[in-house]
Design a protein. Structure first.
Length: 108
């Protein structure tokens, strides 16, 4: 099993999900909101054989500088389509709008 410098791909994606949820809560009631259509995340990591006979392959995301210590070093890009868990609609960082955003006045 890899050391503390590695997380599994599923755990890394869960971290992205958690961060988006925090951004959504933080954006609640803000005058500016963002719709999230796609989230593109690129990970560096290693593919390793594990198990009693090395018959199981796992992708581990490297933490820190991304330097691989053993195994094969790879990069993987994942595109996630962000949708609301209840409605299935595209994710909106803020649930509400306070009307049209105020546009700054042009400097003269």
């Amino acid at each position: 099993m890899p050391g503390d410098d590695y997380v599994g791909l599923a755990e890394a994606i869960e971290i992205v999900r958690s961060e988006l949820a925090q951004a959504r809560v933080g954006g609640d009631g803000q005058g500016i909101r963002f719709d999230v259509a796609s989230v593109v995340v690129e990970f560096g990591g290693e593919v390793r054989r594990e198990g009693p006979a090395g018959n199981s392959l796992h992708f581990y995301v490297t933490a820190g500088d991304g330097a691989a210590t053993t195994g094969s070093s790879h990069r993987i890009s994942v595109t996630l389509e962000a949708v609301d868990g209840e409605s299935g609609l595209p994710l909106r960082i803020s649930d509400r709008s306070n009307g049209a955003p105020v546009r700054p006045q042009a400097r003269r």
